[in-house]
Design a protein. Structure first.
Lengths: 137, 510, 168
């Protein structure tokens, strides 16, 4: 954090290593360029299951850094094991940095699926203090 | 006889039962902490309403399915430190890391199919021969066989002989509670009405495997994430199927694994563990040139051989179960319990009295193997999804199922209480490194052993030397001595080998 | 400190085997032997097993005192280095007991849902309402499968009194 000059505002990206996550990453980079702000990438897991497909491992992280490096924007990646829900981690990061925008990928879900699974993105949309860009893959 | 079995097992309703069995079996094989023994124990209530053939087909499917599912987990999950305990993971993990996960899964599945089928053929032809022979065995011969079973299961399962034997003795002790079969005297019941019928082995199995495991995981839940490999999550690794070269390198290990695994499965020499290790050691020794160098870095032979051996051993376990009525693994003990629920006494007479059931069961093994081959590869994605079930739900669900299994035994609240006590016992056993399987097997074998022992001594009028009076007993006890000598060397070699990958993992970390 | 504590636990657990063995030997003597019995009788095997327990337990106590400890079991969901979380174990045991207490007055589905919800909460499930939903659905499905379809007589309880297809 300390090595980053807060030139403008901050954009927070809730990142998952899927096609949807990549699309959100592209959108976040475009937004940062347009606003001249820095990008904070959040990828957390509660590690409450044997396998968490939303947590990025070596290959994914390399790819992420490569994409961010090419983009030339100011960026930081935070990866950690958390006791909170992923949505809460993103919102906490946004509050901490006083972010101007949160970027997330949003899947299309049937009403039943939404009821059963709940939704991290829904929670972010409702709870965030700043604008939220919901990217559709 | 087998044809009649096929005629039964191929009926659509039985095909459905087999499908249900292999599906559930694979799922629990994939899930950590749940095994086929526990699943059969938890599903014991189905014996109330299903007829024996249907129930046994389901259980056999679970048994075989569990073997397939286990290999999927050990190949795809990168769980450092643990890989040493499962031989398949040694090479399979490395293959998956190198983007060859699909090939590793394929050789494991096809190898399991080949081995399972050949081993079932062996079972088909061997079983009647053994039955013919076993029918002439007297009580002292059975005593000898069971002594072998006790000592090998107690001493060879787990890492410490004393702990294995203590677990076994505890099982024998709990098996004593209740009314003595021979004289109808109460033993260790302390006037408790609930103890008169003894403590049900299903209760003990569910308590140890389900509740004990849930408590143990609750106490030390893994907090770090585990990586799934070789599935090409985002970077789009195109899944490479087995190449021509892979086939060429796999088929011999499959066959060798089969013929290593099957005999080891038939004798209670510590189960599948030993056979996979032996197969792995054999493949490493036999590999030449470039292939040899690959060992430790993802050699396909190291997956093909042990996986085949594993499944062949699983079929081998059914030989003593179906021909002698002697279970040598916890799952076999649960299947024997299921037989007993239907008032069917497994033993040399089983094939005569319940031939149709046995042959339908064996036929369903062929069918189940084929189903598993067809199901497994296309459904790998689904199996990995199963691993995404959050642990709180998974283990809470296991507790509910366990409580259901316990309560439905006699609809007695006390049984659920006993379940909890045994669960706590199972927790401490895991905590302090006691294997739980010997306890379950001993609970089943103990009463059978006592009956045969007393019968033998009654016939000989209390002459203890009768226990070693027949040529068969000499052979058995002689073999026991040889087996222990051999296992001593195998264990030493195994320890040596298991120390290796840990070092190589440490090297990688640098 | 940590090491001696584990040591102590292991000694105590091994002592359980010794105590069982001693009790087994003592109470084996109280088993009645019918007059007509010849051969081994109902006492002999209990004596053998109890003695075995006693000897093995003593051996394990000795080993534990000498510092030769067992290796705790491994597993994909196990963190081998974690220290034992007694609080969670206590919570799980508590909810099993709640389950037992609830079965008869409230019916099996209610008791099962309570066990699931409590256990999931103890194990750290989030958000809470999702465990509640899953618990209720699971309990009803199991009641229907085992009580309704397989004919296992699980008590429905007063809440679901009129619901015929859940009948155990």
């Amino acid at each position: 954090m300390s090595n980053m000059e807060p030139s403008g505002g901050t954009v927070v990206l809730g990142y998952v290593p899927t096609a949807l996550g990549e699309a959100a990453l592209e959108a976040a980079i475009t937004e940062c360029r347009r606003r001249g702000s820095r990008l904070l990438v959040i990828n957390s897991t509660r590690a409450d299951r044997t396998v968490d497909p939303n947590y990025a491992f070596t290959d994914d992280v390399e790819l992420l850094h490569a994409t961010l490096g090419e983009s030339g924007i100011e960026h930081e990646v935070r990866q950690f094991t958390s006791t909170m829900l992923a949505s809460d981690d993103v919102i906490a990061a946004a509050e901490e940095t006083g972010a101007e925008l949160i970027v997330i990928g949003v899947r299309k879900r049937s009403p039943v699926g939404k009821m059963l699974m709940g939704s991290d993105s829904q929670r972010i949309l409702l709870q965030a203090d700043c604008n939220v860009l919901a990217v559709k893959a | 006889m087998l044809m009649e079995g096929f005629a039964t097992a191929a009926q659509p309703i039985y095909l459905l039962y087999a499908l249900f069995g292999v599906f559930i079996g694979t799922a629990v094989g994939v899930l950590p902490g749940i095994g086929p023994a526990m699943t059969v124990a938890l599903l014991m209530p189905i014996t109330y309403s299903l007829e024996p053939t249907a129930a046994m087909i389901v259980f056999a499917g679970i048994y075989y399915g569990g073997m397939y599912g286990g290999s999927t987990t050990s190949i795809l999950l990168n769980t450092p430190g643990e890989s040493a305990s499962i031989v398949t993971a040694l090479e399979g993990n490395k293959m998956a890391k190198a983007g060859r996960g699909a090939a590793a899964l394929a050789t494991a599945a096809i190898g399991s199919f080949v081995a399972g089928t050949i081993a079932t053929v062996l079972l088909t032809f061997l079983a009647p021969v053994i039955v013919d022979f076993a029918i002439n065995l007297g009580p002292v011969d059975f005593v000898a066989l069971m002594v072998v079973a006790f000592l090998t299961i107690g001493a060879l399962l787990g890492s410490s002989v004393l702990r294995g034997m203590a677990s076994l003795a505890l099982g024998l002790f709990i098996g004593l509670i209740g009314v003595d079969d021979t004289t109808a005297q109460q033993r260790y019941t302390f006037g408790f009405a609930g103890f008169t019928d003894g403590i049900d082995v299903v209760l003990v199995a569910v308590g140890l495997f389900a509740v004990g495991e849930a408590l143990y995981v609750a106490a030390r839940m893994r907090k770090g994430p585990i990586e799934v490999m070789g599935m090409g999550t985002s970077s789009g690794n195109s899944a490479k199927w087995m190449t021509k070269d892979d086939w060429k390198r796999s088929w011999k290990p499959w066959l060798r694994g089969t013929f290593i695994g099957f005999p080891i499965g038939t004798v209670p020499a510590g189960g599948a563990d030993v056979s996979t290790f032996l197969s792995y050691a054999a493949e490493r020794k036999l590999a030449k040139g470039e292939n040899k160098k690959q060992f430790g870095r993802g050699a396909i032979e190291g997956v093909a051989g042990p996986e085949a051996a594993n499944n062949a051993a699983a079929a081998g376990v059914l030989v003593p179960l179906l021909t002698l009525g002697i279970p040598t693994t916890a799952t076999a003990a649960m299947m024997l319990t299921a037989f007993q629920r239907y008032q069917i006494q497994p033993g040399p007479l089983l094939m005569e009295t319940n031939g149709a059931l046995v042959w339908a069961l064996i036929a369903s093994l062929y069918i189940g193997n084929l189903m598993l081959l067809v199901l497994n590869l296309p459904l790998v994605g689904l199996w990995v999804k199963i691993l995404q079930i959050p642990r709180p739900y998974l283990y809470a669900g296991i507790l509910v199922f366990g409580a259901l299994g316990a309560y439905s035994l006699n609809f007695a609240l006390m049984d659920v209480g006993i379940l909890l006590v045994i669960g706590v016992l199972g927790f401490f056993m895991r905590q302090y490194g006691y294997p739980v399987a010997p306890m379950v097997v001993a609970m089943i074998l103990g009463p059978m052993f006592e009956v045969q022992l007393r019968r033998g001594l009654q016939i000989s009028q209390n002459d203890v030397s009768a226990l070693v009076s027949t040529p068969f007993t000499w052979v058995v006890y002689g073999a026991l001595v040889l087996m222990f000598a051999a296992s001593f060397f195998i264990k030493r070699a195994q320890k040596k080998m298991e120390a290796l990958p840990v070092e190589s993992i440490a090297e990688e970390a640098k | 400190m940590q090491a001696t504590q584990k040591n102590l636990g292991e000694v105590l657990f091994a002592l359980v085997f010794v105590v069982l063995g001693v009790a087994g030997v003592i109470f084996a003597g109280t088993i009645e032997v019918p007059d007509l019995e010849f051969g081994m009788g109902p006492r002999a095997f209990p004596y053998i097993v109890s003695t075995l327990l006693l000897v093995l337990g003593a051996g394990l106590v000795y080993q534990a005192l000498r510092g030769r400890l067992g290796a705790a079991e491994d597993g994909e969901d196990i963190d081998a280095d974690a220290s034992t979380d007694w609080l969670t174990i206590g919570k799980l045991a508590f909810f099993v007991i709640i389950h037992i207490v609830l079965i008869e007055p409230a019916g099996w589905p209610v008791a099962a849902a309570a066990l699931f919800i409590g256990a999931a909460w103890a194990l750290g499930a989030k958000p809470f309402w999702r465990s509640v939903l899953i618990g209720i659905v699971l309990a009803l499905v199991l009641q229907y499968l085992f009580g309704g379809l397989l004919g296992v007589s699980l008590p429905r309880g007063p809440l679901l009194e009129g619901v015929e297809f859940l009948n155990g």
